[in-house]
Ligand binder design. Structure first.
Ligand code: ADP
Ligand code: MG
Length: 240
């Protein structure tokens, strides 16, 4: 579903992604771990072309990502993204946030879009908040709304970049629960997180990045019980 081959990314002189090769089959849940500054966010952002790459190729569902144009907009819609900051439109109701992209970008008829939006808000447990504005919701509810909004485009892949890092501790689990359900339903997911419980329970695979490289690629059990590299051992020593 995702295929990155020989991907390099520079910010000026800074080599942020170094020959990244990564294939994620359909339905797989990949947790990306690594120290701050190792390139995890950049990795996510290149997958839907929020960041251009300097060399290599990226394919989503067998389609190479074009650099720009209409085709890019269509392919980008296949990749849902949820950020640390919820990025909801403050002046629109929750349901309007969810409706916007499908009606404007995918040209889904409004009654059909509304039906789907309602179903998604139910799935993430905030159907009763549909008419409210983002500021009237808790952080956990806002992040669940952001997940519903991403799902409204019927993406083939969901990218999560530290989706719970900005939340008060008591709201982390409700967001992880929605993500776990999505994983069980077979969504292809790439999740940057520091939630090791989620990594252990929901991930099929753990990727450990350091200095722009994929240093380890293993199962959660392997990674947590027997990390191979010193950098991973050092990282785990600090967080566990
Ligand atoms: P992570 O998400 O693992 O913390 P990032 O992908 O955000 O890492 O960043 C990787 C490196 O790229 C860091 O050194 C960061 O400072 C740098 N970087 C990220 N975004 C930019 C940018 N827009 N311009 C310049 N440097 C950037
Ligand atoms: Mg980051």
């Amino acid at each position: 579903m995702i295929k990155m081959a020989g991907v390099d990314k520079f910010f000026g002189p800074l080599h942020v992604l170094k020959n990244v090769n990564l294939e994620v089959p359909k339905g797989q849940v990949v947790v990306v771990l690594g120290p701050s500054g190792s390139g995890k966010s950049t990795l996510c952002r290149t997958i839907n072309r929020l960041e251009p790459i300097n060399s290599g190729t990226i394919e989503v569902d067998g389609q190479p990502l074009p650099a720009e144009g209409k085709e890019l907009a269509r392919l980008r819609a296949d990749v849902g993204m949820v950020f640390q900051s919820f990025n909801l439109f403050a002046h629109k109701s929750i349901v309007d946030n969810v409706l916007l992209a499908p009606t404007k970008v995918r040209k889904v008829p409004s009654n059909e879009a509304l039906e789907h939006a309602t179903e998604l808000l139910e799935r993430v447990g905030i159907a009763n908040q549909a008419e409210k504005f983002p500021a009237q919701l808790s952080g956990g509810q806002q992040q669940r709304a952001a997940i519903a909004r991403a799902l409204a485009m019927r993406p083939k892949v969901m990218l999560f970049d530290e989706p719970t890092s900005a939340l008060d501790p008591e709201m982390v689990q409700e967001v992880l629960d929605v993500m776990t359900t999505l994983a069980k339903e077979g969504m292809t997911m790439l999740v940057v997180t520091h939630e090791m419980g989620f990594a252990r329970k929901a991930a099929d695979r753990v990727i450990f990045m350091a200095d722009g490289e994929i240093v380890e690629d293993s199962t959660p059990t392997e990674f947590f019980s027997a990390p191979k590299s010193n950098r991973a051992k050092d990282f785990l020593g600090k967080i566990l």
